[in-house]
Design a protein around this ligand. Structure first.
Ligand code: FAD
Ligand code: SF4
Ligand code: SF4
Length: 397
């Protein structure tokens, strides 16, 4: 247990019982008893008016936080290609590193992906920690967790950022548990507190109706996952160099409990909403799945892609891979068309940072118009053909 009740001091006032956020304290007569649900949050220590609860000796041993330095970005690669989210994290990581006054590093795992280290330097990494081994060619939870955890133990970064991709969402929690620290998932904003130099991690909570800012004051590293498409990409400076630190990689039998036999790419992976410059998104206002064919015509004209609201996905009109929003993909295209989409907060959360937002909706009071740069009140089945007609008059360059 992380806390002890001092029997001779406990007066049985029950204040700790009422204040324990995890309902982990019960009363046995006039004595408070800590149960198995205790997470060690320490709240009861603070609230007991008689000083009857104290942290165990193990808990009292505070970590030396001053030993932790630097911002690390997990440089996720697949098939030897750097994921765009890694470039976005380097952009954000640079701002954080400047605010803290520390270096920006990338941690790269793979098999013979040396050229990616050069790319990471060009995107702003001062140092690249590079784990190079055949076992790291394909992501496995065990191999990546082991290598990065060992690197964290040796080099002690104060902040670790990962993309909220399938891999990042798997790796982040594993690392956080092993490092005995916290992890804030799906952050949309990261800032440094100028006084504490700690990171303030903001993410949507309660279905997007509230933004929660989370801090990690007592443990290191501070860890966050960030959705692809949310942060600004780092600028590439060709020829920029940094320091390459090769990590020792050694696996014993049984270290990696899974084996990748085959990688089968699903059609869903072909949809790259995060890379699209132009997105034509449709919602329930389409009225039928065939509506996406109309949107596709506009998308083809712009060299863009179609996308959808969750309601359209839930209706079975289009695959989830196309969903934009809080529980879909976060996008930041140059132009975003919202066609027959009302503009619910959960949808807006995934597209509000688009360059130019064009909304087409029959209801002039639809909330989407509050964030649209260009609002067109009208039936999308009339407006889109009219736009296509006008575009056809423009000579192709
Ligand atoms: P509606 O709200 O039904 O809007 C349809 C719009 O089309 C209306 O504004 C109407 O005026 C207009 N319209 C009708 N006919 C036409 C026409 N002919 N021409 C032009 N306009 C027309 N939603 C997401 O999109 N993404 C998410 O990731 C997401 N995550 C969620 C997570 C949670 C926890 C919850 C609770 C909800 C989430 N939602 C998400 C759902 C969200 O709250 C909305 O229900 C959804 O976005 C509504 O989709 P819509 O705008 O297509 O449909
Ligand atoms: Fe005992 Fe303190 Fe809990 Fe009151 S708050 S029941 S005194 S441990
Ligand atoms: Fe409850 Fe936190 Fe006290 Fe544990 S440390 S008993 S979880 S208040």
């Amino acid at each position: 247990m992380a806390v002890n009740v001092l029997k001779d001091k406990c007066k049985g006032c029950t204040k700790c019982v009422k204040n324990c956020p995890f309902s982990a304290i019960t009363m046995e007569g006039k004595l408070a008893v800590i149960g198995a649900g205790c997470t060690g949050c320490g709240q009861c220590v603070e609230v007991c008016p008689f000083g009857a609860i104290e942290k165990t000796e193990e808990e009292k041993k505070e970590k030396d936080l001053s030993a932790y330095h630097g911002v690390w970005v997990f440089a996720e690669q697949r098939d030897g290609k750097l994921m765009q989210v890694a470039v976005e994290l380097l952009g954000e990581g640079r701002k954080l590193a400047n605010a803290v006054g520390c270096e920006l590093c990338a941690v790269l795992c793979g098999d013979g992906v040396d050229e990616l280290a050069d790319e990471l330097f060009e995107y702003g990494a001062d140092k690249v920690y590079y784990a190079n081994a055949p076992e790291l060619k394909q992501y496995t939870t065990d191999a990546y967790t082991k290598v990065i955890y060992e690197a964290i133990t040796v080099y002690k970064p104060e902040i670790v950022l990962l993309g909220a991709t399938h891999i990042g969402r798997d790796l982040g929690p594993c690392l956080a548990v092993k490092c005995d620290t916290g992890l804030t998932a799906d952050c949309t904003k990261l800032e440094i507190n100028p006084e504490t130099k700690g990171i303030m991690q903001t993410r949507p909570a309660f279905g997007g109706n509230l933004m929660a800012t989370i801090v990690c004051p007592n443990h290191r590293p501070q860890m966050s996952t960030v959705r692809p498409g949310v942060m600004e990409k780092a600028e590439k400076i060709p020829g920029r160099r940094g320091e390459l630190v090769k990590l020792d990689v050694a696996f014993a039998a049984g270290d990696i409990r899974t084996k990748v036999l085959e990688v089968v790419k699903s059609a869903k992976e072909m949809v790259s909403l995060t890379d699209a410059d132009v997105i034509i998104a449709g919602g329930m206002g389409l009225g039928k799945p065939e509506g996406f064919e109309v949107l596709q015509k506009l998308a083809d004209r712009f060299g863009g892609t179609v996308a959808a609201s969750r309601a359209a996905v839930d209706a079975g009109w289009i695959d989830h891979a196309y969903q934009v929003g809080q529980t879909g993909t976060t996008v930041k295209p140059k132009i975003y068309f919202a066609c027959g989409i009302s503009g619910a907060i959960q949808h807006v959360a995934g597209m509000q940072n688009s360059g130019l937002i064009v909304a087409i909706n029959t209801n002039e009071n639809a909330p989407i118009f509050d964030i649209a740069d260009i609002g067109i009140v009208g039936d999308l089945y009339k407006v889109i053909p009219a736009i296509l007609e006008e575009l056809d008059k423009v000579p192709e360059k």
